[in-house]
Design a binder for this molecule. Sequence first.
Ligand code: ADP
Ligand code: G3P
Length: 495
Amino acid sequence: MALDQGTTSSRSIIFNKNGRPIESLNREFEQIYPKPGWVEHRALDIWNSQIETAMSVLQTSRIDPHDIAAIGITNQRETTVIWDKETGEPIMNAICWQCRRTADICDDMNARGWGPKVREKTGDVCDAYFSGTKIKWMLDNVPGARERAEKGELLFGTVDTWLMWKLSGGKIHATDYSNASRTMIFNIHTLDWDDELLAELNIPRIMLPEVKPSSYIYGMTDPKIFGAEVPIAGCIGDQQAALFGQTCFEEGESKATYGTGAFLMMTTGTKSVESKNGLLTTIAWGINDKVYYCLEGNTFVAGATVQWLRDELKLIGSAQETEELCNSVKDTNGIYLVPAFVGLATPYWDPYARASIQGITRGVNKAHLVRAAIEGQCFQIKEILDAMVTDGGIQLKEMKCDGGAIKNNFLLQFQSDILNVPVVRPVVTELTALGTAYLAGLAVGYWGSMEELKDDWALDRKFTPNMTEEYRAKIYKGWKKAVQRSLQWIDPEEE
Ligand SMILES: Nc1ncnc2c1ncn2[C@@H]1O[C@H](COP(=O)(O)OP(=O)(O)O)[C@@H](O)[C@H]1O
Ligand SMILES: O=P(O)(O)OC[C@H](O)CO
């Protein structure tokens, strides 16, 4: 059983031996925006929505919890929770990975020359995205928090750690290498929390979880929860989980995941590759006493733009409607939507960029705007792929895709057109959940080897490029121009 805790929803899926989902349930939870550019979740909403879906899939599938071979956790990464060790009470809302509130802490560190050191040690960029400055913010801003942390009364965790602690009835305080590598305080070469960064951010080591492989028996669930002790044997950040679920085990294999944000990753094997083009060097997973690395390019907002069109502008009733609207017009009528709602990540790393819609003329209608929202996600992936090809020195033969938005055929066709590379959609689209199910199943011997998993991958549809080079170059140039005008929108001095 996979517990897939995403940015906007929690999902539980039970998989069979062939890696096919047999029961699945998804529950959205509230997003909290206390100020422009700030994003929070209630840690208890995360737990409650997750455990409710897990209970429900067990009930509806009529599977006895004793028959669940293992549980794998996968999660939105970087999102930061701090809670009281005794009471389990979070000291404040979780600060979401998308939250920009610590941009000034990063500016200060960058001004003092920390940028290259952070990259070298952690593979991350010194940016508000990662957990390190979020922990510092909580300890600085919640009265008494740092003293309590120093006394060992508070625990820090990313969402995997929080869920594991709750599932085990407070017995396990751990994370895996992939999640640790997103905190900006974990040294991806020594595989330990980095004392120099901990000192800089004034974070007491005592509050940090133990770091373990992604495929590993962490312990058992509290029998009070499911009425059985189930091994928790998989733990991995959601993007790395999708890479594993896609069975991208070999150097140079890659995938793109389209969820709240969109993420492109390429496996680099047991060696870490340093990027020259704004990509992150990150830990893919730890398994069989080895740690594997990957290169990652990310966008903070992808499918979230569609949610914005639905929830804030009320232009559409559901995400599914976007495909028909996109196909109802031949192009965007010259407009671009740059989804820099919380700044821009790869390759710009600009927390002060803001979203914009450009090129609007009187003939622009709803369908054009919706199409621009979908195309914007694809342009962002093209920028990342260009960086990856330069860094990794590879030419991509095809791109595997997954995530909630890949039901949208228009999106994948446009992605293939703009990349000029075939895009392949697998039969099982829940690769994030499958990835952690695989890792958990491997740890308990439900599956024998990574090799045997490769046979499960099956093609649903291949999208092949169908756009002239001239047209591709023209619209990509327009995109680049639109991005330039979104950069540095916020003046930190005025803020
Ligand atoms: N048919 C669709 N077309 C475009 N976007 C979609 C479609 N269906 C879902 N989405 C988008 O996909 C995202 C949900 O994907 P999911 O993988 O569940 O996200 P997460 O794990 O980040 O919570 C939402 O942001 C939603 O707007
Ligand atoms: O919730 P998702 O699927 O958008 O993934 C979020 C990422 O893990 C953030 O780094």
